[in-house]
Design a binder for this molecule. Structure first.
Ligand SMILES: O=P(O)(O)OC[C@H]1O[C@H](OP(=O)(O)OP(=O)(O)O)[C@H](O)[C@@H]1O
Ligand SMILES: O=c1cc[nH]c(=O)[nH]1
Ligand SMILES: [Mg+2]
Length: 225
């Protein structure tokens, strides 16, 4: 596992993981390819959502120990703890494609949609749909899905909306497909206890706000617009 730690304080660091999984690499290649048609791009996003979620929840999904009865004997079992609230927040539109894969692994999670769009000139994000509850329960575990972390403006807005409703960044994880340094620096400064899983880190964000090589406009390519 490649892990990159962005230092802020001596003890608290943003953790960014790039899991070395062959299926993640494969579907990233499919998504990057300009000749990939929209339906296949959407499938690639779904698969990336599935495998990035699989990696993300290893040490995040709350479990409890209990005794169960097999047909032959009593034995200990480790089960998912249903008492701990699990939430997925897809950032529309592009985060919806990752959500489909994530949901197959987290069927009981509540889904709260957040619709954000960047102004193409200023790159400032604005919110056009907010289905978040007024207040999250303490101990809520939150998974945010958004394939692109470019300037970081959209994810900073999403985090601000979540934190003001009681979400703990230390219990929050982000899955993205391509992450770029400007976004990672901003998130590191404001939310050092966050954890991010991404298929790749690309170094460049161009003057139009696109990650290079990136994968283009993930929303347009997911939905054929
Ligand atoms: O880090 P940033 O510079 O804020 O860019 C990242 C955002 O840009 C894209 O959304 P977009 O505004 O294109 O909306 P869409 O998903 O509907 O296409 C992407 O899905 C992220 O949400
Ligand atoms: O490269 C990028 C950057 C932001 N949003 C996208 O969809 N692609
Ligand atoms: Mg877009």
């Amino acid at each position: 596992m490649i892990s990159i730690h962005f230092k802020l304080l001596m003890t608290i660091q943003l953790r960014v993981y790039v899991p070395p999984h062959p299926l993640i690499k494969h579907w990233l290649g499919v998504a990057r390819d300009v000749s990939t048609p929209s339906p296949l791009f959407k499938s690639a996003m779904t698969e990336l959502g599935r495998w990035l979620t699989y990696e993300t929840i290893r040490d995040w999904l709350p479990t409890e120990e209990m005794m169960i009865q097999s047909p032959l004997a009593a034995c200990p079992a480790t089960m998912i703890n249903p008492e701990v609230p699990l939430v997925v927040v897809p950032i529309l539109r592009a985060g919806l494609a990752l959500l489909e894969g994530a949901q197959t692994l987290l069927p009981l999670a509540s889904i709260y949609h957040l619709g954000l769009v960047r102004n193409e000139e200023t790159l400032e994000p604005s919110c056009y749909l907010n289905k978040l509850p007024n207040q999250f329960q303490p101990n809520t575990h939150v998974l945010i899905t958004d394939p692109m972390l470019a300037t970081g403006g959209s994810m900073m807005l999403a985090m601000a909306e979540l934190v003001k409703r009681g979400v703990d960044p230390a219990l929050t994880r982000i899955i993205s497909v391509v992450a770029a340094p400007p976004a990672l620096q901003k998130l590191s400064s404001s939310y050092p206890s966050l954890t991010i899983y991404t298929a790749m880190i690309d170094e460049i964000v161009n003057d139009q706000g696109y990650i290079v090589p990136g994968l283009g406009d993930a929303g347009d390519r997911s939905f054929g617009t």
